[in-house]
Ligand binder design. Structure first.
Ligand SMILES: [Zn+2]
Length: 449
């Protein structure tokens, strides 16, 4: 295991006090951070490698709490459509032709994009999840792949059992970097029996669940017709909030839902609460889903993280855009420029994202004892001068191309913008060839009716 010193850097720790340390040193021994503080006060440390510079700002690795990574193969395939026809006429028919290897390469393409942009951990939900997980393990990134269930596909019982087997096999795989979830797609794609089996499985296996909830008005109407109550209320009534549940979107969580969640959080008292929201501002804008009531969530003490969703509804995996939008969007929707400060937006992508994934003890901040998932941002760029406020720049001015170096679990995965574990040219070529084949197969199937 190597010993790496990041020094000198400006460390934006994202810890409880939100300490920002100029002229800092971050010492990494193996997979963990052993020191974060002023370089002048650092204990003696013999490093195998030192990376630093006045222009480098260290932040905790960005955490993407909701994505469908191998949808990179559908990037640009179907845009400017409403969610339901988009899914039913374009996305799901295209995906019917997917093979396991396609998911492997599509996931690798997503991982290249994420590492290049400073994402060090992501929650994934996609078909052939075992194959996607192999890509995660090989790349060195940290990930929470979920065993996804679309209840209308053939043999749902076998698929649920397969999901449980997946969780058992991959829990703590990749030197502990893999944390599997169970992933019932939604209340409108899985029925009562399927949800009951998955909730029981999550309890038995002690893993969280992730799903989509309250994304569109139509979903709320469909779920209410199918289940007799709206999505959030239904999740509560079926026991999905008895353990950790990461719910993407929650655009149509109403005031009653929020009050109910606040009450549950107050009783539970761990400061996180069972329902964690994956806020996907770009996806909600692109599909015209609406505006999630994020300021109300935060006021109610509900944990909120950020995700780009899949690249068919974004169309990139750029967390900087999600941070930027999260800080801007709610100012406009509430008419209040003081809501969602730069600090809150950055925390959603770091410390709060870690809570969304149940990983707050190991990632999300730059602190001694945490896993060394660190991103160095190059501030020697015209759009990042003068440096009045580092956090303001990170949220309102920086972008993914400013990421210089990325470490996950103490290993350098991107060094001065160059990948160390991935052959990006091969991955792009494989993804292109496979995406072309899938499009051809989809078109042929449509032509044949
Ligand atoms: Zn999604």
């Amino acid at each position: 295991m190597s010993r790496i010193s990041l020094s000198p850097v400006t460390a934006v720790t994202c810890n409880e006090q939100f300490d920002i340390i100029e002229q800092a040193a971050i010492h990494i021994d193996g997979s963990r951070i052993v020191y974060v503080g002023p370089a002048t006060a650092a204990p003696p440390f013999v490093a195998d490698e030192t990376i630093g510079g006045e222009h480098l700002v260290a932040i905790p690795g960005l955490i993407n709490v909701h994505t469908h990574s191998a949808m990179t193969l559908l990037r640009g395939y179907a845009d400017d459509m409403a969610l339901e026809p988009w899914l039913q006429e374009m996305i799901w028919p295209f995906e019917r032709h997917l093979q396991a290897d396609d998911v492997y390469w599509g996931t690798l393409l997503a991982i290249c994009e994420m590492i290049r942009g400073g994402t060090t951990c992501f929650a994934d939900m996609y078909h052939f999840y075992e194959h996607g997980t192999h890509a995660m393990i090989e790349s060195g990134i940290r990930a929470c792949p979920s065993a996804v269930l679309l209840g209308f596909l053939p043999e749902p019982e076998r698929r649920i059992a397969n999901g449980f087997a997946f969780v058992r096999e991959f829990k703590d795989a990749g030197e502990g970097r893999i944390t599997p979830f169970l992933g019932p797609h939604s209340l409108y794609t899985c029925n009562r029996e399927q949800w009951a089996a998955i909730i029981q499985g999550a309890y038995d296996l002690q893993v969280p669940i992730t799903t989509h909830a309250a994304e569109t008005r139509r979903e709320v109407a469909d779920v209410t017709a199918q289940w007799g109550a709206g999505p959030i209320e239904t999740l509560k009534s079926i026991g999905a909030l008895d353990g950790p549940l990461l719910a993407a979107h929650c655009v149509y969580a109403d005031d009653r839902d929020i009050a109910m969640l606040a009450e549950i959080n107050a009783v539970q008292g761990n400061g996180i609460g069972p329902l964690r929201v994956a806020h996907n501002p770009t996806s909600n804008l692109k599909l015209a889903s609406g505006f999630a009531p994020v300021p109300k969530f935060l006021e109610a003490g509900i944990t909120v993280g950020l995700g780009p969703d899949g690249t068919a509804s974004n169309n990139n995996l750029n967390m900087w855009e999600e941070i930027h939008l999260a800080a801007l969007l709610h100012k406009a929707t509430t008419g209040d420029p003081t809501v969602i400060s730069a600090q809150q937006a950055l925390l959603m992508a770091t410390r709060e994202g870690a809570k969304c994934l149940n990983l707050e003890d190991s990632i999300g901040t730059l602190e001694a004892g945490k896993k060394a998932d660190v991103v160095l941002v190059d501030f020697d760029k015209p759009h990042l001068y003068p440096r009045h406020n580092v956090v303001s720049h990170l949220v309102y001015a920086a972008n993914s191309a400013d990421v210089d170096t990325v470490l996950v679990d103490g290993k350098v995965l991107l060094r001065k913008t160059n990948f160390t574990t991935l052959d990006v040219h091969q991955i792009c070529a494989q993804a292109s060839t496979r995406a072309s084949r899938l499009a051809t197969e989809h078109h042929q199937a449509v032509a044949q009716g």
